[in-house]
Design a protein around this ligand. Sequence first.
Ligand code: NAD
Ligand code: MG
Length: 401
Amino acid sequence: MADGLQTVTLLGATGSIGVNTLRVLQQHPERYRLYALTAQHNTALLAEQCRQFRPRYAVLTTEAAAAEVKGLLQDVPETEVLLGPEALAAVASAAEVTTVMAAIVGGAGLLPTLAAASSGKKVLLANKEALVMAGELFLEVARQSGSLILPIDSEHNAIFQCLPMDATARFDHDPRHGVAKLMLTASGGPFRTWPAERFATITPEQACAHPNWRMGRKISVDSATLVNKGLELIEASYLFAMPPQAIDVLIHPQSVIHSLVHYRDGSVLAQLGNPDMRTPIAYGLAWPARIDAGVESLDLARLATLQFEAPDLQRFPGLALGRQAAEARGAAPIVYNAANEVAVEAFLAGRLGFSRIPAMIAEALQRLVLPGPRSLAEVLDIDARSRALSRQLLVQASSSS
Ligand code: NAD
Ligand code: MG
């Protein structure tokens, strides 16, 4: 990186974070060069992105998608099309790459993100599920390789900005820093004011219509159930090595304060900004410098009011379950994440009611009490067992209804 040029692999280029990352990169061609773009289904968009950014590689996950992109890129000889999980790991760990944006959604992001972390890359971590699943193992791998892990999730990025981080992008917990607690903000999602009786009628379209952020469908549903905040609580407890008891959640419907750190002397530091993921993306890309993100400056006079309230754990039990999993540690966060992924997929496919999502997670957590993983193989095994159990619960639910 001597010339200041970063060579970037973008995992999940066609998603909401992927597209926003390209919007930031596009503004700074002198600082960033693309090495690889990856996607699952959206072949037309990936081909268009390759045509514009001319990366060395485009990686797809199915043969059909790879063949389609190859056809679309016949006149783009700079970009070679690759296929499959080994290719994903290879472009995340290639020697030429300095920086990896981990923006694949769900557990599918774990292995390529881990490949980046174990090969010493600067990892811009949007994919929270990878950290929720592999927790300390993930961070240990990064420590050993010297990989910098920079949180892109807006809340964690805000906390990162409000804590005294060292040159390795870690918080050293020296008591002189006087950190008392972390406060994660949450918009409350589209059903914040809905009575519980209406939850059974919620459709995927309603759940994906987030009031402040335009995101992928899975994380939109997670925001609507507040499971996203449960995942983020687990993510924060690993990332900043804080006990879950020292992490609170505050509902803040405007999503302008992205999170806060409370200090022992009564000071509270917060990071504010318009709800636009280009801000944390730009911060991660350039850290410790700051660059233009293309985001409009915050106008507090125009906003006039900011609201706050405590989360309602009765209507949103997914958050309480997240705290339970965070406190239990070990296998529980993996089970929480896997059961949620299976339930959300079924909800989006119209096969499971909205209120059944936390119910299924609760049942999985109750039934699968396993020792914590000591290796990546054990993480994957717990994940597979949780998904199998959740699918079984789904079948039982549909045959009894
Ligand atoms: P998205 O659904 O919009 O995009 C997901 C990307 O991952 C796409 O490029 C897709 O092709 C790829 N992908 C999906 N399944 C895959 C698989 N099995 N194998 C390989 N690639 C696959 O999701 P998003 O909203 O961009 O979120 C991405 C990640 O970032 C998630 O983990 C999410 O929790 C996190 N995140 C997103 C936001 C946001 O504003 N969107 C904010 C904070 C954190
Ligand atoms: Mg977030």
